[in-house]
Structure formats: structure tokens, C-alpha cells
Design a protein around this ligand. Structure first.
Ligand code: NAD
Length: 284
């Protein structure tokens, strides 16, 4: 089965990057969000990121324009997803929201459409159980920023078929990414390992062990990480980090995953990181 038309649900931090790489690989893309304002901002961001690729000589101007022309937008999930061969869902990391989106997608897409989720931590098996096609549901966990990062964590739910996995792996490669197959368990591999580190860095900050810049510098220079954990949390979005930790804590039932109270406080204050202009650091 070849994938030509892709619907991306959610035009936020991840959704615009996923639409970008899909269109750049020659796919017809419909980017769907509730808000027209988000969609306008997403298309503007994709345009700016493509301009940067032109400046670096990675693509030429006609390729930039063709990529952008392959992306249409919709504020109606049912209409936007109806023609898709494959859907990538990238709405906030809230289980009930994802379940309701998959129930709708199952109803409005063709019977052979593959439904994927960019979830960071929520069970693919549980999402798939909301549909009548659990064999065609799979995790496609892109990394941020999507146009730059090579990895896609491909997560098989309990009922995901070999054929669905094969098509998803092939599509990931067509998008210029490196797929790695993992099994369905809270946080998969990436966030099972990453989020406890970020959470611990926030505890260290809360307990006055060091200032944000010092914590990040220790991890960069001492552990050879390209970014410190607090700067990375700001890039991911502090609300997303909190949501992932809530899933890990609830699903694994172990207090070592309890979200740091300082992280909760920042999210309550809407200090969400780069996307709101302020998190552990301030941004223009
Ligand atoms: P975000 O908050 O930046 O964007 C989510 C978008 O979904 C928003 O624009 C919102 O308007 C839209 N939305 C909400 N409800 C909707 C609905 N019913 N229909 C259509 N659109 C709807 O979130 P994000 O950071 O892009 O995260 C999206 C998903 O990707 C989450 O599951 C997250 O865990 C995962 N993820 C995030 C990162 C990261 O670094 N931010 C990395 C990998 C995976």
C-alpha cells in the first residue's frame, strides 16, 4: 500500500513540522486544527523553516514553493481527514482527547486508512481499542524539531498488524527519517528515559542545587548532551512534559515518576517554555 495523502491532526509544535516533512517528501497534506489562527501560524512557520532550508542550499526556491503548495488546511476534522491514506494525530497529550479523535477518525476515514498517533506516552493499544481497526493503528513518534531530527519511534500496539508496521516503516524512510520499532509501554523508550531526567533537573532547581543555566551547563559539558534538560523541556513544552509524567506516574504506578511541584507551578502560571515565551528561560 502506498501512502500519497496524509492528514495531520493538530497544527501546534509537532503538527506543523510533520506537515512540513510530509509535503517535502511529495505527499499531499491536509493540516487540521480547531483554530484558524493556529493554522495560519503553522503555515507561516513552515514557510519560514523552508526559507531557512533554501538559504542553507538544502532545497531550491521552486522546491520550497511546491512543498508549501502541497499543504492545505482545514478546521473541520471530518472533512479534512476523509481522503487520507494515513493520518498522523498530534493533538495535546491528553488520553480522553486522543480517544475521541480516534473514534471520529475511525468513522470518517476509508476502511484501509492507517491511523497513527504522535503520542509521547499514551498506550497505542488503548487508543486502537477505540476503533474498529486496531490492526491499522500504530504510533509514529516524531522528534522535535521534526524537520531536523532523524528518529521516528514506531510503536506497535498489541493488535497492530505486520502490514501496518511495514507501511509505516517505509513511509518513515520516505520522509527521510530513521524508524526504530519499539513495543507499547508507557513512555515507550524515549520518554521513559528522558522525562525522569528532566523531572530530576526541575527538582534540582526547586531544591536550590543550582540555577537553570548551571544545571544545563553541567549536563552539556559533563555528559556531552547537545542541550541541557531545562532548555530541552522549554523546547518540548512544559505542559507536554507534565502530561507525559502524569501518564508515566499513573500507568507505571511508581512514585519515581511523580511530576515535580515546580513543573506544575510553571504550567499553572502558563510558563510553558518557548511556545509561550517563558519557561525556565525567557524567549523573544
Ligand atoms: P501543541 O500544544 O503545541 O499543539 C497541539 C495542537 O492541537 C494545538 O494547536 C491545538 O489547537 C490542536 N488541537 C487540540 N484539540 C484539537 C482537536 N480536537 N482537533 C484538532 N486540533 C486540536 O502540542 P505538541 O507539542 O505539538 O504535541 C502534540 C503531540 O505530540 C502530543 O501527543 C505530544 O506528546 C507529542 N509530542 C510532542 C513533542 C514535543 O517536543 N512537543 C515531541 C514528540 C511528541
Amino acid at each position: 500500500m502506498s501512502i500519497e495523502t496524509i492528514a495531520v491532526v493538530g497544527g501546534g509544535t509537532m503538527g506543523n513540522g510533520i506537515a512540513h516533512v510530509a509535503a517535502q517528501a511529495g505527499k499531499t497534506v491536509c493540516l487540521i486544527d480547531l483554530s484558524d489562527e493556529v493554522l495560519e501560524k503553522a503555515v507561516a512557520t513552515i514557510g519560514k523553516n523552508l526559507d531557512r532550508q533554501v538559504k542553507k542550499g538544502l532545497i531550491d526556491q521552486p522546491q520550497r514553493d511546491e512543498t508549501l503548495a502541497r499543504i492545505e488546511t482545514a478546521n473541520d476534522l471530518e472533512a479534512g481527514a476523509a481522503e487520507a491514506d494515513l493520518v498522523v494525530e498530534a493533538v495535546p497529550e491528553v488520553p480522553s482527547l486522543k480517544y475521541s479523535i480516534f473514534e471520529i477518525l475511525d468513522r470518517v476515514t476509508g476502511p484501509n486508512t492507517i491511523l497513527t498517533s504522535n503520542t509521547s506516552s499514551i498506550s497505542i493499544t488503548e487508543i486502537a481499542a477505540r476503533t474498529a481497526r486496531p490492526d491499522k493503528v500504530i504510533g509514529m513518534h516524531f522528534m522535535n524539531p521534526v524537520p531536523v531530527m532523524k528518529l521516528i519511534e514506531v510503536i506497535r500496539g498489541l493488535a497492530t498488524s505486520d502490514e501496518t508496521t511495514k507501511v509505516t516503516v517505509a513511509l518513515s524512510e520516505e520522509l527521510g527519517k530513521i524508524p526504530v520499532e519499539v513495543n507499547d509501554f508507557p513512555g515507550f523508550v524515549s520518554n521513559r528515559v528522558l522525562m525522569p531526567m528532566i523531572n530530576e533537573a526541575v527538582f534540582a532547581l526547586m531544591e536550590g542545587v543550582a540555577e537553570p543555566n548551571a544545571i544545563d551547563t553541567v549536563m552539556k559539558l559533563g555528559m556531552n548532551h547537545p542541550m541541557g534538560p531545562l532548555a530541552l523541556a522549554d523546547l518540548i513544552g512544559l505542559d507536554t512534559c507534565l502530561n507525559i509524567l502524569e501518564v508515566l506516574h499513573r500507568e507505571l504506578g511508581d512514585d519515581r515518576y511523580r511530576p515535580c511541584p515546580l513543573l506544575r507551578k510553571y504550567v499553572a502560571a502558563e510558563w510553558l517554555g518557548r511556545k509561550s515565551g517563558r519557561g525556565f528561560y525567557e524567549y523573544d
